[in-house]
Structure formats: structure tokens, C-alpha cells
Design a protein around this ligand. Sequence first.
Ligand code: GAL
Length: 340
Amino acid sequence: MITNKTLFDTVNGEPVYKLSLTNANKMTISCLSYGANWYELLVPTAAGPQNLLLNFAKIADYQTTNQYLNMSIGRVAGRIGKGRFKIGEHDYQVAPNERGNTLHGGPHGFNQINWDSTVVANQIIFTHQITSTDDSFPGDLDVTLTYTLTDDNQVLLDYNVLSHGETVFNPTNHAYFNLNAGDENIKNLELLLKSSHRLALDTEKIPTGKTLVNTDTPYGFETKKTLGAAIEGLQNIPEKGIDDVYLIDRHADNDPVAVLSDPDSNISVSIFSQRNAIVLFTANGFGPDQPYLTKTGQPYVGVALEAQTAPNAIFDHDYGDFSLQDGERQHYQTKYQIRF
Ligand code: GAL
């Protein structure tokens, strides 16, 4: 494994580092300390290394959009209606950042932190203690985010926390994939996603508590089909694409929950997760003002597949429970198997 750590940029006078790992097959991942961001997923091709992720040249570009491009997301992915929730009998209200609701950890989430970082053996390791003073969530949380690269082309993303006081923890990663080498959108890519139902959302995209059927609708990917086929079938809805919480169907532990593939190059990314949901977001409203390094900003320029616990678990424990008690540890892992 080849490791590297270099200066990428600065933020508030602090250095932002780029850390990288290259395996025996010349596959490279790199991350930025700002946002514990997954910056690159480079695979070797006849034309040279190809990045399967969208990325920007500088931190200011990450800060001027609300795309959460490849950011680590926490403490709680998705939207908390009015920033209000309960843990047991205790009511909490956290800072809002979108129409009075709290999106992706609120205004001071994981994506805003310049993490302590190190690269050792085959791992990039980020650590930070986030406190209630920092982000208004109850309790302090010691967080370690680890990206591991293996010689069989797997990327393991591990979230390990220790809670001081009761809190909530439902992290994800907001990587946007585009497996095309050229300046194309993602409509030609095929997706398999083991989900027959998604959460119903209100007009502010807060879960209502109800579910909707995906099977045999544009939303269904239980049999693989192109993202374009789904998007074409959704041109009559305001979003003109997908931004939905897919509930993962029962599946064998060693089966992927999602597979994204390019039928022309045979490059693919299989996602393994034990959590019960994936948010699928097809970058519907993205535009030309975003200076991605290898793609022109346009609708459907990338696709995010965000493994997480269903966000309505915060008010309905039939969908899981991501609260933590004082002194409790939690571990989640998302595994990506890359083929090229
Ligand atoms: C997704 C969310 C979208 C949008 C996006 C970031 O997780 O569902 O509505 O906020 O993140 O641009």
C-alpha cells in the first residue's frame, strides 16, 4: 500500500490535508480532512486513472454549495422536522438550517469540521470530539471515521463513536458517483437496489410515517435498469428525478444492497450495508455554475447512494433506534466493492 498526506488548502487559517492510499492494483482513494470528505476513487484505465466520484479543486467550492459533495454526514443524516425529537421522555430542539428543519446534522455538522487526520497502513483515519456547544445536539460524541482500502478493491467506511451523555447518531457519507469517463451525466448507468418500498415525504421532505410502493413504478430498481429510465418516468413531478429514502428489503448479509454499473465499461460499485435504508439522490437540480474537476455541472451529473438508518426512526422505533445512552459505543460500516 502506498500512503501519502499533503497540504490541500486552508480553512480559517488551518491546514486542510489530502490523504491517500493506493493498493496493489493501482486503485487509489483519497480523502480531505475538511468534512472527512471522500475526495477521489481512482481506478486505472487504458486512458489513465479515472475518478469515479465528483470533486472540486478547492474548499471554498465545497462551502458555497449545499450539495454536501462527498461529505461525511452527522450526527444525523436527513431531515429532523423543526429540529425537534425525543430521547425517552426528554425533549430536544436542535439548530435548524433548512426551512426551520435540521438537515444533515444542522449548520455545524460533520461536513463543517476540519478533522484530525492520519494515514497508516491501509487506513485513513479521522477523529474529532463533537460537543453539544458545537452543534446543539445533546451530549458529546467521540467520533472516529475510518476509510480502509483492501487489495481486493474494497473500500470500508467505518463509523465508531463513544457517547458522553444521551444523544442520537445516524451518520452517512454523501459520495456522488459518476462512472462515466467522459463529460456525461449518470442516466446511462444501471442500478440494482433491493428496495420494494420508500418513505412517503411531505412537501418539506420530512417523512410522514407512511410508505409507498416502488415495485413496477419508475422508482423501482429491484431488477436493474438505467437511472435514465427512472428519470424519464419522473419528468411530471416537480423534482424531475429521485431524492427518496429507500427501505432496504431483507437480504443475505453477504449480498450487496445496491449495485451501480456502467454497462459499457463494466466498471461497477457494489454497496454492502446492514442498515435499513439508502437515500437515492440523482442531483436533479444541479447546474452549470459548479466547477467539478472532471464534469460540467448539469442535472443528473452524479448519483448519491447514502446508506443509513431510516430517518423516521427518530420518531418511530419500528424503523430502528439510533439514540445512544451515556457511555454507549456504536459502530456502523458501509462497504464498497469496486470492479474495473
Ligand atoms: C440529500 C437530500 C437532498 C439534498 C441533498 C444534498 O441527502 O435528500 O434533499 O439535500 O442531500 O444536496
